[in-house]
Write a protein that binds this ligand. Structure first.
Ligand code: PEP
Ligand code: MG
Length: 560
């Protein structure tokens, strides 16, 4: 029995047999063409592109019920109709006398290499989209219509180096029970699709292909982020029971879809969603989320060669906020820093990016970027349900500076006669200990607070949230963290404003009673966790939760 760890894309258990799908490499010969063949080669290229575009349109129609997939396929269409792409291929054909397949393959290989070398999750995710488009186009040109996945069934756990978005759709249609890849990342499009289909999936499993053989018994534990290869009888027995239980729970959870989240004694807890990319909105709506408590907007800035314009941002924000209305949407302003933004902003190399130019610090440094985003948010508030939130606030003066810039943006929009809704809630994330300690001052200046426990734990306990080797030190229930959460809640309430937890702590069942006991008003969780957390809330008595929180504090204080 071998156990390997990976990043869990979606929760859930899969038990089945390994089906290893080797990476398909299309053989492209470095063929040259003759001068007189240029015209026909360009014509063939244009026809191939339009054929593949037609195929994608048909797929989009077939997938009418799934917006996630349709959006991703639309992205693939955009790659194909990009004038830079078409003119580059035509140039390679006419000036360098390359065959179209050679030109296409070279073009996409270059892009994929660039993305892969960026060592940045957001960029490497994009490479699989380009690989996918290249595969579609080249397999059409080379007439490779065979199904590389062959016979798969509900007992198959797919083992691959990596998987493209279109392949996830294909294998899902074959009813497989799970998927595991050696490469990949949680936010790749293929992962988003798998998550939206509730397909148990792990990515970034180092040593996967080396350790799995065809038809090995496999267990994917999406809850714990691990894969068990050739499990012993006892382990199979244990997981079979969990799987049974899981099926029953999924069935049960559907029954609470239309019930509002409140404790057994009637305390209302607003239960919202965190989203990282707009495609997640479908899950938010499907699971009847009471709005979006955290819309991370980083994807806009990290997946682009240029800053997104006000109009581009406005269109994206408006689409999300109008779909959610009348429920609130909390749009968090740009929260990237360190290496991640070096392509767009000149931050330079930082020794400690997490302690460097991050979050609100970037916005206050690059005011014009900040203003563009603020204006787009103000304009997107067409239904009056938008709130704006600042990340990485360390003290009230940063909130005041940001609010001043919002006022400037409002005046500028007015001067330009551009319509916007000035009534917008302003909030601060409490994710740095100094912010929690001074949350009294911050609360005075805000309409709401939201506790980002992911960073709060990291900064309070001085433990890197992404470093596996120190993960034992990463303790959300550490007395120091709990005191900061309690202090923040009390300060928010003393100024009559609500406070949410939007860090991952809110997505974990085991902390819900404690958070309610501490007096939290709202929770914002990943959309796939909504029903699980709602179910937990329904079973909690808020009075008992408060008592329990008191006992936990006494016990932890006694431990000192
Ligand atoms: C947090 O820090 O808890 C949070 C929600 O923000 P992010 O995870 O995006 O840093
Ligand atoms: Mg954070």
């Amino acid at each position: 029995m071998i156990i390997l760890k990976g990043a869990s894309v979606s929760t859930g258990i899969a038990i089945g047999k390994a089906k290893i799908i080797e990476k398909e490499v299309l053989q492209i010969t470095r063929k040259s063409i003759k001068d007189h063949e240029i015209e026909t080669e360009i014509e063939k290229f244009e026809k191939s592109v339009s054929h593949v575009l037609n195929d994608i349109d048909l797929l989009i129609k077939d997938l009418a019920q799934s917006k996630d997939h349709a959006d991703i396929l639309t992205t693939h269409k955009m790659i194909l109709i990009d004038p830079e792409f078409t003119s580059k291929i035509k140039r390679s054909i006419s000036e360098e006398l390359m065959s179209m397949e050679h030109a296409i393959s070279e073009h996409f290989n270059e892009i994929v290499d660039i993305f892969n070398n960026m060592k940045d999750d957001f960029f490497s995710q994009r490479s699989s989209d380009y690989e996918d488009v290249a595969y579609r186009l080249l397999s059409h040109i080379l007439d490779k219509s065979t199904d590389r996945f062959g016979n798969l069934d509900e007992n198959s756990v797919l083992i691959m180096e990596d998987i493209s978005p279109s392949s996830v759709t294909k294998v899902f249609a074959k009813n497989i029970c799970g998927l595991c890849t050696e490469k990949g990342s949680k936010n790749a499009h293929s992962s988003i699709i798998a998550r939206s289909m509730n397909l148990p999936m792990l990515v970034a499993v180092h040593g996967l292909l080396e350790n799995v053989k065809e038809n090995d018994n496999i267990i994917i534990d999406g809850n714990a982020g691990k894969i068990v290869i050739s499990p012993d009888k006892k382990t199979i027995g244990k997981y079979s029971k969990i799987l049974e239980q899981q099926k029953k729970e999924i069935h049960k959870l559907k029954k609470i879809l239309n019930i509002k989240a409140e404790t057994s004694d009637g305390k209302k807890i607003k239960l919202m969603s965190n989203i990282e990319i707009p495609e997640e909105i479908d899950q938010v709506i499907k699971n009847r989320s009471e709005g979006i408590g955290l819309f991370r907007t980083e994807f806009l800035f990290m997946d682009a060669d240029e800053f997104p314009t006000e109009e581009q941002q406005y269109q994206i924000y408006r689409k999300i906020t109008e779909r959610c209305a009348p429920e609130p949407v909390v749009i968090r302003t740009i929260d990237v820093g360190g290496d991640k933004l070096s392509k767009l902003l000149n931050i330079g190399h930082e020794l400690n990016p997490n302690l460097g130019c991050r979050g609100i610090r970037i916005s206050l440094e690059y005011v014009s970027v900040f203003k563009t985003q603020i204006k787009a948010i103000l304009r997107a508030n067409t239904k009056g349900n938008v709130k704006m939130m600042f990340p990485m606030i360390s003290c009230v003066s940063e909130v005041l500076k940001a609010k001043k810039i919002i006022e400037e943006c409002k005046s500028e929009l007015k001067e330009q006669n551009i319509s916007f809704n000035p009534a917008i809630g302003i909030g601060a994330m409490i994710e740095i200990p100094s912010a929690a300690i001074t949350s009294d001052d911050i609360a005075k200046e805000c309409d709401f607070l939201s506790i980002g426990t992911n960073d709060l734990v990291q900064y309070t306990l001085a433990v890197d949230r992404d470093n596996e080797t120190v993960s034992d030190y990463y303790q959300p229930s550490h007395l120091s963290v709990l005191r900061l959460i309690k202090m923040t809640i009390e300060n928010a309430h003393s100024h009559n404003i609500k406070v949410a937890v939007c860090g991952e702590m809110a997505s974990e069942k085991k902390y819900i009673q404690l958070l309610i006991g501490l007096g939290i008003d709202e929770l914002s969780v990943s959309p796939g966790r909504l029903l699980v957390i709602k179910n937990e809330i329904l079973q909690i008595d808020s009075g008992k939760a408060e008592e329990l929180a008191g006992k936990i504090f006494s016990a932890l204080e006694g431990e000192k």
